[in-house]
Ligand binder design. Structure first.
Ligand code: NAD
Ligand code: UDX
Length: 463
């Protein structure tokens, strides 16, 4: 059995490494057009930071796991081809800002059609709008070599930062398809380590739609608790106490009730926007509006946090140094896509704050790229004034202490564990007075900080 995976990103890399680890007899070839990324997968410094990933890759790489840019060769040799390319929100034309950009998926389908002979199973691993498989099937069937294909949908539910655990012990694996032989072939792979009762099979469309729906429900919980956090701040209720009180109701459950500065990541916003677009497309305007509110609440939460920093600091942060702790969209990842930090920092920069940023896993280049990106005009240009603002007002620091030195405030934007283990007396004495802490993740010991002398603002904490 030979597997090929097109797309060596946050999903393709870890999922294929896990399959290769669990199935030493299966040859797994991961390919990408991005030569730099492939070189990193073949090096000691993997392009994806994910706890436990190094060990899994080290075990399988060179045995039955390969990374290369030979897309044609890998497709031609494979019995089963996973498509795991990016499906970002469209930025142009029809559906801009909402619909998924399926350009990369379609290019993969065309390449598979061009290169394949015999029979192959094509697996959609990317998150796709419901009914994409129809288009994929049509493109595949128009090949010139009489090749035949089965198309399966096998969406990925891993979360970044816990990808290895999620892949090893998934709540479920979902496989949608029409041919029972093809479904069985993929079930047999996962069944090497996932109990069969956790491998769900459905029709193609249910599988595609379930992925969008799962992310919409998860994001909705975060927006729901974040909406309540605003009310908590107005009423002296404590959002963490409210979350515990409602989460112990077994019908609600405790997960995804952590109030925060807003959800980020490459999936939630993109997938909900995609769902909204699909609902509009099918004329379901009320349904579209319902889900869109999850995004609006998240935008509000990010804006509200930045505004709170400004109003608390006597209505001006201009020329004030603010330490930004955390840039990744959550802990234990180097991924910054849609991170709340980007939007909060954009708003603070617009107020002329001086930002000193530290993240344990995100490079300076990435931070600057993210800020430049978020300040682009609609035509995709970076106005000289914004470029200047980034050049003059942003410093990327080597650690939390350096970032906080002589700062007026600290804003915690990612919940990295290391932020909890600092010498806060040292931090306090190095800062300007009054010293503010804005805990956008509610991870610090607020009582202890107040004892030292900090003025603390946290999400959903009144008083
Ligand atoms: P990514 O951007 O990290 O990786 C995608 C890779 O595909 C890139 O390296 C890109 O160069 C490559 N690529 C694009 N077109 C190509 C082509 N024609 N040939 C070869 N390579 C090509 O994206 P990701 O985060 O891995 O996400 C991939 C898909 O999985 C998306 O649809 C996403 O919604 C979904 N997903 C992501 C997550 C997550 O946590 N990141 C979780 C579940 C599902
Ligand atoms: C998500 C889904 O969880 C995963 O199943 C899917 O495959 C991809 O999208 P991911 O985006 O990697 O995974 O991380 P997740 O843990 O879901 O967190 C998303 C965002 O929500 C992060 O910014 C996180 O900080 C935030 N969040 C999450 C909260 O603010 N509060 C919570 O209670 C949970």
């Amino acid at each position: 059995m030979k597997i090929c995976c097109i797309g060596a990103g946050y999903v393709g890399g870890p999922t294929m490494a896990m399959i290769a680890k669990q199935c030493p007899d299966i040859d797994v070839h991961v390919v990408d057009i991005n030569a730099q990324r492939i070189a990193a997968w073949n090096s000691e410094e993997l392009p994806v930071y994910e706890p436990g990933l190094d060990e899994v890759v080290r075990e399988a790489r060179g045995r039955n796991l390969r990374f290369s840019t030979d897309v044609d060769g890998a497709i031609a040799a494979a019995d089963m081809i996973f498509i795991s390319v990016n499906t970002p929100t469209k930025t142009f034309g029809m559906g801009a800002g909402r619909a998924a950009n399926l350009e990369y998926v379609e290019k993969c389908a065309r390449q598979i059609a061009r290169v394949s002979t015999g029979h192959k199973i094509v697996v959609e691993k990317s998150t796709l709008p419901v009914r994409t498989a129809e288009a994929v099937k049509r493109i595949l069937s128009s090949n010139e070599h009489q090749a035949t294909f089965d198309v399966l949908s096998n969406p990925e539910f891993l979360a970044e930062g816990t990808a290895i655990r999620d892949l090893l012990h998934p709540d479920r694996v979902l496989i949608g398809g029409e041919s029972s032989a093809a479904i069985e072939a993929l079930v047999d792979i996962y069944a090497r380590w996932v109990p069969r009762e956790r491998i769900l099979t459905t029709n193609l469309w249910s599988s595609e739609l379930s992925k969008l729906t799962a992310n919409a429900f998860l994001a909705q919980r975060v927006s729901s608790i974040n909406s309540i956090s605003a009310l908590c701040e107005a009423t002296e209720a404590d959002v963490d106490e409210v979350a515990r009180a409602i989460g112990t109701d077994s019908r609600i459950g405790p997960k995804f009730l952590k109030a925060s500065v807003g959800f980020g990541g490459s999936c939630f916003q993109k997938d909900i926007l995609n769902l909204v677009y699909l609902c509009e497309y099918f004329g379901l305007h009320e349904v579209a509006e319902y889900w869109e509110q999850v995004i609006k609440m998240n935008d509000y939460q990010k804006r509200r946090f930045a505004r709170r920093i400004v109003t608390t600091m006597f209505n001006t942060v201009s020329d004030k140094k603010i330490a930004i702790w955390g840039w990744a969209f959550k802990k234990d990842t180097n991924d910054t896509r849609e991170s709340a930090a980007i939007y909060v920092c954009r708003d603070l920069l617009e107020e002329r704050a001086r930002l000193h940023i530290y993240d344990p896993r995100v490079s300076k280049d990435q931070i600057i790229r993210d800020l430049q990106q978020v300040m682009l005009t609609q035509d995709g240009e970076l106005p000289p004034k914004k470029a200047e603002l980034i050049d003059n007002n942003v410093v990327v620091e080597p650690d939390c202490y350096a970032a906080a030195e002589q700062a007026h405030a600290i804003a915690v934007l990612t919940e990295w564990d290391v932020f909890k283990q600092l010498d806060f007396r040292r931090v306090y004495h190095s800062m300007q007075q009054p010293s503010f802490v804005f805990d956008g993740r509610n991870i610090l010991d607020h009582a202890a900080l107040r004892e030292i002398g900090f003025e603390v603002y946290a999400i959903g904490k009144g008083g």
